[in-house]
Design a protein around this ligand. Structure first.
Ligand code: G6P
Length: 369
């Protein structure tokens, strides 16, 4: 087993550090920015259906559901197709409205999650086209779909999903770009720019991983906390949910992820001088707004750990701790901003003596209801 871990103490850490490579693997052969070329044969095969889609419904569970939320923002922004993201377990039991012009995208690392499989079978019986985004080749969900794209992240052993998430977001962003190209909703120059940004992501993730020691030091300070709040807006909102989920899963610390502006409708009541608040505040179209959210937390003496873009001079004056990540297009930022959150949860869990790779009560794939 120690050989399989490749010198890392846990599979989770190995998988976190594999991400520059796994993200590259999930783009390989599918993207050539130089020629503004996107290749995903399964999408081309159903080009007419995708071009004329009235709606895309994404069904997934857990971390895959968070990747679905990122996809919702990307597909609506780039391809202008309305998207709904559903918990598979709710969708399958609530008599959802599914029409023939709908495309249902099932996202699953294992390809074996029972609720996701049942949700897609239901949608299939109502005539929707079913597209899968799975990691495990030949898995039940992959086989049950009409078409799909594998994420090619390689085997993920740690129960808490890390590299599978970034691979899903990568593939879904390529899908969003392809749909934009097919529907003519994005200028070629903008599309090429996005593709070039995409090609730079592995190197930027590599850079974000170099923050490991810094994050370890911050983890030491907060390892005994009993609660955490994670805030983000726009493309970083799903990242806040994912950061909170990672911490809960492996360190057993209660954590809530929230859209930053929604904080004032509840979680703000929890903030006092003991509350760690992780704010994903990278430079994007909601930057000014998130600066005000940081101020609101500071005014209540919350302990802000901010993820910011390199060179930011404003937030470092307000936050107690600042983690600087490389800049990227805002739609691709989740691929970078999630890295420090994965590392934070990992180090805190290790310091608390938790079984990081096999946390209590959780399973890698949930094949029962
Ligand atoms: C379990 C795992 C999670 C995963 C979720 C969905 O809860 O512990 O890490 O995100 O299932 O799994 P899937 O294989 O469908 O992505």
């Amino acid at each position: 087993e120690s050989i399989e871990k490749g010198g890392y103490p846990h599979f989770m850490l190995k998988e976190i550090f594999e991400q520059p490579r796994s993200i590259l693997d999930s783009m390989r052969g599918r993207l050539v920015a130089e020629n503004t070329q996107l290749t995903m044969s399964s999408i081309r095969e159903y080009a007419t259906r995708f071009k004329n889609a009235d709606r895309i419904i994404i069904v997934a569970c857990g971390t895959s559901w968070h990747a679905g939320l990122v996809a919702e923002y990307m597909i609506e922004e780039f391809a202008r197709i309305p998207v709904e993201v559903e918990y598979a377990s709710e969708f399958r039991y609530r008599n959802p409205v599914i029409r023939e012009g709908d495309i249902v995208v099932a996202i699953s690392q294992s390809g074996e999650t029972a609720d996701t499989l049942a949700a897609l079978e239901l949608a299939k019986s109502k005539g929707a086209l079913i597209f899968g985004v799975c990691n495990v080749v030949g898995s039940s969900i992959a086989r049950a779909t009409d078409a799909g794209a594998y994420t090619h992240a390689g085997p993920e052993i740690g129960v808490a999903s890390t590299k599978a998430f970034t691979a899903q977001v990568t593939v879904l962003s390529l899908i969003a770009m392809m749909l934009a190209e097919m529907r003519g909703t994005m200028e070629t120059s903008a599309l090429r720019q996005m593709m070039m940004e995409m090609e730079q992501i592995p190197a930027k993730v590599e850079k974000a991983l170099q923050l490991d020691k810094e994050i370890q030091a911050i983890s030491e300070i907060f390892k005994d906390a009993t609660n955490f709040i994670y805030l983000g807006r726009g493309f970083n909102f799903p990242v806040a949910l994912e950061g909170a989920l990672k911490l809960k899963e492996i360190s057993y610390i209660h954590a809530e992820g929230y859209p930053a502006a929604e904080m004032k409708h509840g979680p703000i009541a929890l903030i006092d001088e003991n509350m760690p608040v992780v704010v994903i505040a990278t430079k994007d179209s909601s930057y000014e707004k998130i600066v005000s959210n940081v101020q609101e937390v500071r005014a209540r003496k919350g302990r802000v750990i901010a993820i910011v873009t390199e060179g930011d001079t404003v937030i470092p004056q307000m936050a107690e701790f600042v983690i600087e990540v490389p800049a990227a297009h805002e739609a691709l930022m989740p691929l970078i901003s999630v890295i420090p959150l994965q590392l934070l949860s990992y180090h805190i869990a290790v310091m608390r003596g938790c079984n990081v790779d096999q946390p209590r009560n959780l399973a890698k794939s949930v094949t029962v209801e």
